[in-house]
Design a protein around this ligand. Structure first.
Ligand code: AP5
Length: 303
């Protein structure tokens, strides 16, 4: 069904002279064919997409990092900020889960660490981030053979992911960088592009609040929409509000694995917060507040 591809994606491919209804991004078709296909799109949809694009063109570019322990609300706030500022949302957790679901060697290696609540190695993360890019596929090839991914490739991979049209106005990195080594690699890459991180939002929260948030979370796997039995319940228990599809609980969302995830956060990710504090781009968010209050704080920090 055509509706599986968003109109905005179709218009982007038209911009590039491709057929916007062609699901195979690599196949190039003519602009006139694309225009003919667009005749099928409802005028009201076309107009609202054009208005959205016009609004987006007036937004300032933003390159953001959301950092915080598991359950602090990064994934809840990201879609709101993404829509408001027309950014792309790059979540390494989501990318790794997609790799796991695809049962590739990369995914199976990542699964082991994720199920235990440990961090996945830098090479695997970078390959997952970029698994749909040419360089990412090269990295996956190397890893599948047990070879190492070179630094040059690592830098190229993230660079390429950020070149995607949906990242044109900037990005939200959610769950990346998670170690100082990842932060340094990211900095190097952005420096070469003549750019840098504008703001890092630290979702600060006490560990004691997180068990209830994590054990009550339910997600809709294909969209990444997240719910909570107490704090953000779906209209019908166990069912996604938009698609009516079943919700699931993540395998690492239990009290025991949460302890390992928190330990990894305190030892490996907290130093990343200091790293950005020294660069004077860090803003602390009171992540223990109610979701709407957190949204207001985030919006204030980004205005
Ligand atoms: P990842 O998917 O990134 O998980 P995480 O960092 O543990 O973060 P979460 O998704 O659990 O929490 P969140 O802050 O997004 O919370 P949410 O908004 O959903 O990573 C998973 C694993 O992948 C890692 O453990 C690691 O193994 C691996 N990995 C990922 N990136 C990596 C990297 N770069 N390097 C190495 N390994 C990597 O909120 C949680 C719940 O609370 C929801 O139900 C929500 O409805 C509710 N909630 C949200 N805000 C509020 C509020 N203000 N009040 C009340 N309830 C709220």
């Amino acid at each position: 069904m055509r509706s599986s591809i968003g109109l905005s994606e179709r218009l982007k491919s038209l911009d590039k002279g491709q057929n916007p209804f062609d699901k195979n991004e690599d196949r190039r078709e003519t602009r006139s064919e694309a225009m003919a296909d667009l005749e099928d799109v409802q005028t009201v949809d076309l107009m609202s997409e054009l208005l959205r694009r016009l609004k987006c063109s007036q937004k300032p570019d933003k390159r953001l990092i959301f950092i915080g322990p598991p359950g602090s609300g990064k994934g809840t706030q990201s879609p709101i900020v993404k829509d408001e500022f027309c950014l792309c949302h790059l979540s390494t957790g989501d990318m790794l889960r997609a790799a796991v679901a695809s049962k590739t060697t990369l995914g199976l290696k990542a699964k082991e660490a994720m199920d235990k609540g440990a961090l996945v190695t830098d090479e695997l993360v970078v390959a997952a981030v970029a698994s749909k890019t040419t360089l990412g596929l090269k990295a996956k090839e190397a890893m599948d053979k047990g070879a190492l991914v070179t630094d040059e490739l690592v830098v190229g991979i993230i660079d390429e992911a950020m070149n995607k049209p949906k990242c044109q106005k900037g990005f939200i990195l959610d769950g990346f960088p998670r170690t100082v080594a990842q932060a340094e690699k990211l900095d190097e890459m952005l420096k070469k592009r003549g750019t840098g991180i504008d703001k890092v939002l630290n979702f600060a929260i006490d560990d004691s609040v997180l068990e209830e948030r994590i054990t009550g979370r339910w997600i809709h796997p294909s969209s990444g929409r997240s719910y909570h039995t107490k704090f953000a319940p779906p209209k019908t228990p166990g069912v996604d509000d938009i698609t009516g599809e079943p919700l699931i609980q993540r395998k690492d969302d239990n009290a025991e694995v949460l302890r390992s995830r928190l330990a990894a956060f305190h030892t490996q990710t907290e130093p990343v917060i200091d790293y950005y504090a020294k660069k004077a781009v860090l803003t602390n968010i009171h992540a223990e507040k109610a979701p709407q209050e957190v949204t207001s704080e985030v919006q204030k920090a980004l205005s």
